[in-house]
Design a protein. Sequence first.
Length: 178
Amino acid sequence: MAFKPTIYKMKITLADTDRNYYDTLNLTVAQHPSETVERMMARVLAFCINAREHLVFTKGLSAVEEPDIWARTLDDRLALWIDVGEPSVDRIRKATRLSPAVKVYCFNSKADTWWSQGQAKVKELPASIFQFQWGSIQALAAQVKRTMDLGVTITGDTAYVASESGECEVNWATLQLV
């Protein structure tokens, strides 16, 4: 018997001071049975960093041909492809053929190794690569509840996240910017 995803409801008050983007996001996030809470929250944070009209979570791990998050135009063309984790160079290459903008957010303890092994090949591709600090993603995941109200303020390469469970600061490094 197949396991079902765990559903989380999040109301996020978002303030991105660099982009002057302010919104209230009501997200329903499905955590795939094989997905960790840390990965799920890295997806949520990547969503917040890139928040804009027509940005949606895809089927993610359930549909290997899709990214974790994408934005499509009104005529259904792909405008933004976002992967979370450490995708293969071939997957990034494919994404750059399908979308004019590709972003990857790596986040776990294997991210440094992934980047050092694939950096030379990835640098040839028109994709932006970012790395969340693993410890701060773990701190963010520790706040997770099935229903949450979050305040997320983004300034520079830092997101300040406040919830009823506490506060944390998530920093990221830009490994490659296109």
